[in-house]
Design a binder for this molecule. Structure first.
Ligand code: BTN
Length: 319
């Protein structure tokens, strides 16, 4: 850990202000070095209060989440790396996975310049969002790996509801909606070991709009995308939310044999019973959603009464 990470660790794990002298003693450096490092953190955008006669404190106005702040709420042994800005956390995570990084390595960015969405689309990734990729080395059967995305959708929906006190829903396959607008998208990319046909690793990418002003979305997204909060929120809440997403995800992932999460996925679905337009490789058609099966396939009935079992693609909800 470098001095800035050490300081953030101390701030995140201290209930009250901590003096320059205490910090200097704990980290075995001079007070002047601490003063310079605090200013360097301020230059990075962290808001650190200096309380007279007491010392430094990570302000309640600070909005930058930290790995120390996330890790203190984690129930699983994840290695978290936070970047200010990257091209795509999924690309970076894949490079690390190819290089042999640990299972449960988590790459987080505050902004992406080339965020990847499903079906080859671009994913708008401005500041105020969470862009997170988790490297997994699953022992699952290759045919069950699509369920990782489903587990992640349930985990995000649960965590956002619990920490933010809202009521989110899931639009098949993996979009999280709040009040009729998308707040989160999930992109899972896998690499297969060609020698034995097993999954070498999976990169689970989650893009969640946490706190973005409404006017921050480009024109084409204004009516369809939103953020949980429209004003900046305290980093402590964000740290808790990110940790909760990971805790909920790993709780499901480590017990994938149980189909309970699929029942929850169905109960959180916002499209069962609805008229939708199915967008598949073969074209578009209108249908009514009947159910979602245990492989997370969508069961729909078209206008001719024919049942379709969709394993991929997406749906648009008819208005
Ligand atoms: C979608 O809705 O189309 C899926 C969007 C997935 C976006 C996340 S953000 C973190 C990770 N890095 C990426 O480049 N994409 C995923």
């Amino acid at each position: 850990m470098d001095i800035k990470e050490n300081l953030l660790y101390m701030f995140e794990n201290c209930e009250t202000a901590i003096s320059g002298e205490q910090l200097a003693n704990k980290l075995n450096v001079s007070r002047n070095y601490i003063w310079k490092a605090v200013n360097a953190l301020r230059d990075d955008g962290y808001i650190i209060d200096a309380v007279t006669n007491k010392g430094y404190y990570l302000s309640d106005k600070n909005t930058l989440f930290t790995s120390a702040g996330i890790e203190k709420h984690l129930k699983y042994n994840c290695k978290i790396q936070i970047y200010d800005s990257v091209t795509s956390t999924n690309t970076l995570a894949k490079q690390l996975a190819d290089g042999g990084c640990d299972n449960k390595t988590v790459i987080i960015a505050r902004e992406q310049s080339g965020g990847k969405g499903r079906l080859g689309r671009y994913f708008h990734s401005a500041r105020g969002g969470l862009y997170m990729s988790v490297v997994l080395r699953p022992t699952l059967n290759i045919t069950d790996t699509p369920l990782i995305t489903v587990a992640a959708a349930v985990a995000v929906s649960r965590a956002v509801d619990k920490i933010c006190g809202v009521s989110t829903g899931i639009k098949w396959v993996n979009d999280i909606f709040l009040n009729g607008k998308k707040i989160c998208g999930i992109l899972t990319q896998g690499t297969v070991n060609v020698e034995n046909g097993s999954v070498d690793h999976v990169v689970l990418g989650i893009g969640l709009n946490i706190n973005k002003p409404d006017d921050d979305f480009p024109k084409e997204l204004k009516n369809i995308a939103a953020s949980i909060y429209s004003t900046p929120i305290n980093s402590r809440v964000q740290n808790k939310l990110i940790a909760e997403i990971l805790n909920e995800f790993f709780a499901i992932y480590e017990n994938m044999g149980s189909s309970d999460f699929l029942d929850e996925y169905r109960s959180r679905s916002i499209i069962i019973g609805k008229e939708v337009i199915c967008v598949t490789e073969g074209g578009e058609f209108s249908a009514t959603v009947k159910n979602i099966d245990n492989k997370a396939h969508l069961i729909v009935v078209d206008g001719f009464g024919k049942t379709h079992n969709l394993s991929s693609g997406e749906v648009r909800v008819k208005i």
